[in-house]
Design a protein around this ligand. Sequence first.
Ligand code: CA
Length: 220
Amino acid sequence: MSNQSIGLPDELHEYLLSVSLREPDVMQRLRAETAEYPNSKMQIAPEQGQFLQFLVRLIGARRTLEIGVFTGYSALAVAQELPETGTLVACDVSEDYTQVARRYWADAGVADRIDLRIAPAEETLSTLLEDGQAGTFDFSFIDADKETYDTHYEQSLELLRPGGVIALDNMFRGGRVTDSDVEDESVRAIQRLNEKLHDDERVDLSMLPLADGVTLAMKR
Ligand code: CA
């Protein structure tokens, strides 16, 4: 039911969950409901949600961005770690899936911290930049259309303060990134971005073989 880490044997994955996952009831319920939807693979793995929570707490994030909300699991994870005055600007284009998200955010008592913007993320992030919010965010989670990752990365980098962290999901694209002849444009876009990030001196970099590959980029 989860999107488990590529290459990790089932038995070891189950062990990992059994000794490390501390998933609150509201998140368990959201994950169970999402599993019934046709695009349920778009939900992050629970250990990945817990990792994002750990990261947000570690850097003391107060102002955060999420690009690609789906049914709201990762936003729910992050929002619960923010101080009461914290903000998560959540970008998505789907009214339907984010209606599910809103129910669980309300259940968890974090709806007032989440500013959901239904529009292409590129437009929402441009608006934030035009409003003079460059350098004011601590964290950005990028998990929407792969062809636009690079744009969202550049916009997030501008919106983050130095020391702020960008986390990018699906950087393995189900393992297809190793195929140099691949024709799928979404895979090619991620291949190009992985190569760009490797040489990008504006950030410190760490790529984790967690779930479908998570890259962390910390703004210098
Ligand atoms: Ca994803």
